[in-house]
Write a protein that binds this ligand. Structure first.
Ligand SMILES: Nc1ncnc2c1ncn2[C@@H]1O[C@H](COP(=O)(O)OP(=O)(O)OP(=O)(O)O)[C@@H](O)[C@H]1O
Ligand SMILES: [Mg+2]
Length: 276
């Protein structure tokens, strides 16, 4: 491996970096990123959410429409802009966002010819010695296993995988596990699986129950006890530019994300180095 392709060993200021990834589309990555970030911020921890998806749904869902994003993840990855320059305060105390800027779609192609192309995000978040040292950095990955997601996985300490309770869910996840293995071997040896979160669980649907049972028998305790139910309030919240925790705190979806954050913190404390 040439030197330029090696992970940078510089200290990273104590942030715990979690990538939220699944190459399957529409499984609840962004919803989990927004609401877990909000629930963690509500505990008093400082949280930075990085929107690594050109769709920019995490940015929209936090109230940053297309016109209000300016420099964001693209500038961080390609122009080498500092995290302090591109982060934006949100309406939620302790929660910051690096929005997805409109140019991010071009980054997959543009980065190909760049030096340390898989480590651009890692370098940006880990070499940071400025005043921003969030306790948690959550990275909302796009639904692909391309260069952007590789940047997310190379930058992360651990991966959190939302798994939608539907047919074929487990087939997609084996491809993701294979990719995580490859990333571990080539780009980021310390990458761990933080956990698998079952999303859009519908208790009236036998299939949901079956997928949940299969996931638990295959992945054991790596599957979170907390299950995110299918809940209309969760799907309504982004159009109001709010996390469901703010849109309807009492809804089953919001309460599930509060429990997920509590479980995540418990797991982090139990296994501080490796998690889950
Ligand atoms: N628990 C839930 N209950 C109801 N709807 C949900 C729930 N979680 C997510 N959704 C809805 O499902 C859709 C997909 O969710 P989301 O955008 O979080 O998935 P994603 O994995 O980020 O998608 P993509 O792969 O396109 O980035 C959205 O319309 C979202 O509002
Ligand atoms: Mg998404």
């Amino acid at each position: 491996m040439p030197d330029s392709a090696k992970p940078n060993a510089a200290p990273r200021g104590g942030s715990r970096i979690l990538a939220i990834a699944n190459q399957k589309g529409g499984v609840g990555k962004t919803t989990t990123a927004i609401n877990l970030a909000t629930a963690l911020a509500a505990t008093g921890a400082s949280v930075l959410l990085i929107d690594l998806d050109p769709q920019g749904n995490a940015s929209t869902g936090l109230g940053f429409g297309r016109g209000e994003r300016q420099n964001g993840t693209y500038a961080l990855l390609t122009d080498g802009l500092d995290l302090v320059t591109v982060r934006r305060a949100t309406n939620i105390p302790n929660l910051w966002l690096v929005p997805s800027d409109p140019d991010l779609a071009g980054a997959e192609v543009e980065l190909v010819g760049r030096d340390r192309r898989e480590f651009r995000l890692r370098d940006a978040v880990r070499d940071h010695h400025g005043s921003v040292r969030p306790a948690y950095i959550l990275i909302d990955c796009p639904p692909s296993l391309g260069l952007l997601t590789l940047n997310g996985l190379a930058a992360a300490d651990a991966v959190l995988v939302p798994l939608q309770c539907e047919f074929f869910a487990l087939e997609g996840i084996s491809q993701l596990m294979h990719t995580i293995d490859l990333v571990r071997r080539g780009l980021n040896p310390s990458l761990r699986l933080q956990g698998i979160v079952l999303t859009m669980y519908d208790k009236r649907n036998n299939l949901s129950e079956q997928v949940a049972a299969d996931a638990r028998s295959f992945f054991g305790s790596q599957v979170y006890d907390t299950v995110i139910p299918r809940n209309i309030r969760v799907s309504e919240a982004p159009s109001h530019g709010k996390p469901v925790l703010l849109y309807d705190f009492r809804s089953p979806g919001a309460q599930a994300y509060v429990r997920l954050a509590t479980e995540l913190l418990r797991r982090e404390r139990a296994h501080p180095a490796s998690a889950a």
